[in-house]
Design a protein around this ligand. Structure first.
Ligand SMILES: NC(=O)c1ccc[n+]([C@@H]2O[C@H](COP(=O)([O-])OP(=O)(O)OC[C@H]3O[C@@H](n4cnc5c(N)ncnc54)[C@H](OP(=O)(O)O)[C@@H]3O)[C@@H](O)[C@H]2O)c1
Length: 438
């Protein structure tokens, strides 16, 4: 059997401790599969005395992960600390610069510094693997980077944040408000004490930025993403969606258009009978529209120690199986120096269906006025539904408009004109509709 692959794990929290347990408990099986043992020779965390549920006494402890990354006894540096800055950045950079493979689950780090780190890895001829950074245990990076090489991808979209999907699923199932479902998610450990990053879509945006780069061969552009979270989704929206044959999901969508690439994260109406509409709770899903293959859809656990460690383990095993001196494939699917600049398609040019919910005064002429504003802006309606407003006193009504495919700019203009007519009682709600192929 070949020499052991010596790994150092920086970060022994939810994912790191889970990874250490897998590596220790399946040591012999992994050695058989990879043709060489995988040994944990070094670890780094803040607290050296904390019980991690696994015996790591044989590994050298480093208080400083950057120092560990410089240790020549380590063949693979595994970064499971988190955060886009140091020490995650400095340690991964230090490992790559000395020609050491690196594995990370850190989407924040890669969204911000992925191209630079990929350049270093490619210059040094080592791997930088990051399967766990997008959709946890779902092997989407490998699928896009390797298996779909012969395809041209036109769209990739997905449910990339389990916290948001749990909240939206519970709002529909239990008929509870966003705030009540968020509290429940926090109680169950599905949401952080400060949930902003998840519910406002930033976490989804980091993952989307990586998917976009691999799908379209462009430089990672985390700041060029249209972002809307789920905190203003009300139970009225959920019920109206249900009545009209839709469910609401927080989607990250990257799509090639004539004017560039759209990157958008927003609550989205998806037809109830589509596959992605059936993805409930904390489960993640990614769909890829590929020209040769058609639509590929993968769903599974998107977070949690074991699911994430499973993906990290796969990345380490790939390194263990690679032949010494063998030329490795590019980190982002094409060499970092050949990534195209990202050209942003303007959100105003986005074309699709829209759900518009309006609370209006119940008086004559309102319906006719709404219809006129729609037609003045060239918007054709798929349906228009009027219903009594929940808890209303009879002098207001809810009107729901569903449009055929139209330009975002036209919808914004129509809603602005409607707002200036003076009969709106609440802020209008506008939710985009996405139609998956399956
Ligand atoms: N948790 C998930 O479900 C999940 C899913 C997908 C991706 N990820 C990604 O995986 C990475 C790790 O997440 P996690 O949930 O495992 O985080 P975590 O539970 O907070 O663990 C972080 C670990 O990093 C250590 N650490 C923090 N600062 C350090 C420093 N300055 N020097 C050395 N060690 C330091 C901590 O040490 P102490 O334990 O001593 O405090 C802890 O062991 C993140 O990038 C995250 O985005 C996580």
């Amino acid at each position: 059997m070949a020499d052991a692959l010596r790994i150092g794990i920086a970060g022994l929290g939810t994912v790191g401790a889970s990874l250490a347990r897998i590596l220790m408990s399946r040591h012999n099986k992994l050695a058989d599969i990879c043709g060489r043992p995988i040994d944990i020779v070094a670890v780094s965390a803040r607290d050296p005395g904390k019980d991690r549920g696994v015996d790591l006494s044989g590994a050298q402890f480093y208080a400083d992960p950057v120092e560990m990354a410089r240790d020549a006894e380590i063949d693979v540096f595994v970064e499971l600390i988190g955060g886009e800055g140091d020490p995650a950045l400095a340690s991964v950079r230090a490992a790559l610069q000395r020609g050491c493979h690196a594995v990370t689950a850190n989407k924040a780090l890669l969204a911000r510094h992925g191209v630079d780190l990929a350049s270093i890895a490619e210059e040094r001829g080592v791997l930088l693997n990051f399967e766990a950074a997008v959709a946890g245990g779902i092997p989407v990076i490998k699928a896009m980077r390797e298996s779909l090489t012969g395809n041209s991808i036109s769209r990739v979209f997905g449910i990339l944040n389990g916290t948001c999907n749990y909240i939206l699923t519970e709002m529909e199932r239990a008929g509870m408000s966003f705030e009540e479902c968020l509290k429940e998610a926090q109680r169950l450990g599905y949401a952080e004490a400060d949930p902003t990053f998840d519910v406002e879509g930033n976490d989804t945006a980091h993952k989307l930025a990586l998917l976009t780069s691999i799908a379209f061969g462009t430089r990672i552009a985390p700041d060029d993403i249209y972002l809307e979270g789920i905190s203003n989704i009300s139970i009225e929206d959920i019920r109206a969606a249900d009545d009209l044959g839709f469910r609401i999901k927080l989607l990250g969508v990257a799509q090639r258009t004539d004017s560039g690439i759209e990157q958008r994260v927003h609550p989205t109406m998806v037809p109830k009978n589509s596959v992605i509409a059936q993805v409930d709770g904390v489960t993640n899903a990614v769909a890829i529209d590929a020209d040769v293959l058609g639509e590929l859809m993968m769903s599974g656990p998107g977070a949690g120690g074991d699911a994430t460690a499973s993906a990290v383990m796969g990345d380490i095993a790939d390194i263990a199986k690679s032949r010494p001196g063998h030329q490795h494939g590019p980190v982002l699917g094409r060499p970092a120096v050949h990534l195209d600049p990202y050209v942003r398609a303007r959100m105003r040019s986005h074309e699709g269906g829209y759900f518009i919910r309006l609370t209006v005064e119940d008086k004559t002429g309102v319906f006719a006025s709404l219809a006129k504003h729609m037609s003045d802006n060239g918007i054709s309606l798929e349906s228009i539904v009027q219903r009594p407003t929940q808890n209303g006193n009879g002098d207001k009504k809810t009107v729901i408009l569903v449009t055929h495919a139209t330009m975002e700019a036209s919808v914004r203009q129509a809603v602005e004109s409607i707002s200036s007519d003076g009969y709106l009682i609440d802020k209008p709600q506008v939710i985009r509709i996405e139609r998956p192929e399956s």
